[in-house]
Design a protein around this ligand. Structure first.
Ligand code: COA
Length: 176
């Protein structure tokens, strides 16, 4: 058995994603990940396959931070965005994270998540991908569904799907 070269004093995990915007499904994963790791580093990353998006990276970070709130924010949860185009595994190395968390909602997520996990393993063997399953009532939520519902029905229809910080941002958008 190979002994890992990297031994972080704290157990740190990165939870990367587009978070455009964060949903209650993502929050559920963040909260449960804090029971497993000393520090969960939520990273607003860039998926080259996705277009510019609804919210800027800074706006996404602010909404995530507000949704996480005290006492977790700044202690067990850190939030930031990728400032330059780079591999997420390299951010893991930079912040001393040994694990990358990804949410698995259904079998339809599996293929792409498996491919991503293998690609990341090729890039950095020492980073483990950990798949976490959101609670059943959060299985159908996705950021693109949130954006679609917002366009079709307005912010009020999203009351049970997104945190207050996102609701407020969407209400602002609706008035513009
Ligand atoms: N609750 C709600 N929705 C969830 C969820 C959960 N628990 N878990 C996943 N999702 C949804 C997201 O809302 C998103 O939905 P959408 O596409 O319909 O909007 C979808 O699942 C997947 O999105 P996300 O988790 O944000 O990942 P992504 O595919 O947009 O981005 C990156 C993946 C950014 C982490 C990846 O592209 C990356 O690491 N990029 C940097 C470059 C790199 O390192 N590439 C990999 C090596 S080649």
């Amino acid at each position: 058995m190979k002994k890992h070269l990297l031994h972080a004093e704290k157990s740190i995990a990165i939870y990367p994603g587009s978070f455009d915007p964060i949903t209650n499904g993502h929050l559920d994963i963040i909260e449960r990940a804090t029971f497993l790791f000393d520090e969960v580093y939520v990273l607003v990353a860039h998926n080259p396959a996705k277009s510019v998006g609804m919210f800027t990276p800074k706006e996404r970070v602010a909404m995530i931070g507000e949704a996480v709130g005290k006492p977790l924010l700044g202690t067990h949860v850190k939030v930031d965005y990728m400032r330059e185009l780079m591999a997420t595994v390299d951010v893991c190395t930079r912040v001393g994270a040994r694990a990358m968390i990804r949410g698995l909602r259904s079998i339809t997520d599996f293929d792409s998540e498996f491919e991503l996990a293998i690609a990341n393993m090729e890039l950095a063997e020492h980073i483990e991908t950990i798949f976490m399953v959101p609670q059943p009532h959060n299985h159908f939520i996705s950021s693109s569904k949130v954006r679609e519902i917002f366009k079709l029905k307005g912010p009020k229809a999203l009351l049970k799907l997104v945190p207050t910080s996102v609701m407020q941002a969407l209400e602002k958008r609706a008035q513009q």
